[in-house]
Design a protein around this ligand. Structure first.
Ligand SMILES: C[S@@+](CC[C@H](N)C(=O)[O-])C[C@H]1O[C@@H](n2cnc3c(N)ncnc32)[C@H](O)[C@@H]1O
Length: 393
């Protein structure tokens, strides 16, 4: 078993860096540093495997192998050529380069990845008379090239496919939320997995499934079969199995309700198929109902919804929809904490309640607000007193 310590970078979406850092700390990572949409940390091979299997808010776990400055494409080619690529893979293996380019000096990520690919292929050809092939779908080795201005870093991608591909979601309805973002929002909301959880606009059921997996301590990688590191020369299958067994041994049951509901029959059928894949049909109750008609379990409870935003779903009257969300909250969700994510800042106001907490997160390229409403359970008089107190604070 390799016990040496090396630096890793875990990538995530903007706004989830601190949640990811805490997850990694609990998995044994040390010297954690917050970056933009990423976290870097010290790990050994076991922690790298754990991060891939257990970190719910990580998109990829990268192992940096070189960093350098390159002012232009030729310099980039020279620097990539200096790395001894045959120590990472050989001509029989396939590879792919994911280039992420920012800062303005380089603009075309595809051209950059071709340039880096040429440097690697030319090195193999010069040395061995043969070259490895490129396979962008299922390569043996995925290489990540990150460039910001003239600062470049090359990493091996230990995850392979993005970790949001958990392996339970085969069918999606319109505008599904990314699994990593769904888990991150649940964690950011502060739900302690100790009370009823409702998503009254569940679509494909990503949020209820991630909530159940958190509550039952089902590792996010539980349904996934492959990771990039499995094709690395130093792959330690025994260590990997130990990591999985240790995590799987913590799986438990739930003692409260998790509910998914949607007004669309198609969405509910898709949700049902996903619950079946995730083996959570018994743990999550599904309803086909408009939110306005859903009667949730008694408080205390947690609601987390991802309503249509407009950009991604055509909604005839978003203002009316958001105002009806507010009415349903006031009428049926007394004593709940209600969290809503939306990129539609103006329309969010039509919920008609004052948020008690607010975060900025990104759903893909869309800047979103993730806001909390405390739905007060008492009489109108008590509510007014409390609101007056809140304003004085
Ligand atoms: C952005 S999608 C949710 C996507 C979901 N989080 C997923 O991962 O698939 C919004 C969902 O809200 C549902 N919806 C819109 N208005 C509704 C209402 N009044 N009551 C219940 N569901 C509603 C739509 O049918 C759609 O499935």
């Amino acid at each position: 078993m390799e016990t040496s310590v090396f630096r890793l970078v875990a990538k995530t979406t903007a706004g989830l860096e601190e949640i990811l850092a805490e997850e990694l700390r609990q998995l044994g990572a040390e010297n954690i540093e917050l970056l933009t949409r990423a976290v870097s940390f010290d790990a050994n091979q076991k922690i790298m495997y754990r991060a891939n299997y257990e970190a719910r808010t990580a998109l990829r776990i990268l192992k940096p192998i070189a960093s350098f400055k390159a002012a232009n494409e030729d310099k980039l080619y020279d620097e990539v050529s200096k790395i001894h690529w045959h120590s990472y893979f050989n001509v029989e293996k396939t590879f792919a380069i994911d280039a992420v380019v920012g800062g303005g000096r380089f603009t075309h990520s595809q051209f950059i990845s071709y340039k880096a690919k040429d440097a690697i292929v030319d090195q193999f050809r010069d040395r061995f008379g043969e070259r490895p092939s490129v396979d962008t779908n299922d390569p043996d080795l995925r290489i990540n090239l990150h460039i910001f201005d003239d600062q470049c870093s090359l990493s091996l991608d230990s995850s392979g496919d993005s970790l949001h591909k958990r392996g339970y979601r085969f069918v999606v309805d319109k505008a599904p939320i990314n699994e990593v973002l769904a888990a991150g929002l649940i964690m950011l909301s502060g739900w302690k997995a100790d009370m009823n959880f409702v998503d009254s606009m569940c679509g494909s059921a990503t949020i209820p499934i991630e909530a159940a997996m958190i509550a039952m301590k089902i590792p996010p990688g539980y349904f996934r079969k492959t990771y990039g590191f499995m094709k690395w020369a130093d792959y330690d299958q025994q260590l990997w199995e130990e990591v999985m067994h240790e995590a799987d041994a913590k799986i438990s049951t739930i003692g409260f309700d998790i509910i998914g509901s949607d007004r669309s029959a198609k969405a509910v059928e898709i949700a049902r198929q996903n619950l079946e894949k995730a083996d959570l049909l018994k743990e999550i109750q599904l309803f086909k109902k408009p939110m306005e008609e859903l009667l949730p379990p008694e408080a205390p409870g947690w609601l987390l919804i991802n309503p249509p935003y407009g950009e991604r779903l055509e909604e005839l009257d978003l203002k009316a929809l958001y105002s009806s969300i507010g009415d349903s909250l006031k009428r049926n969700f007394k004593g709940y904490k209600a969290w809503v994510i939306s990129s539609d800042f103006f329309t969010l106001k039509h919920i008609g309640l004052k948020p008690s907490k607010k975060y900025t997160v990104y759903n893909g390229p869309l800047e979103c607000r993730f806001v909390c409403f405390d739905i007060f359970a008492g009489s109108m008089k008590e509510k007014k007193t409390r609101e007056a107190e809140q304003q004085r604070e």
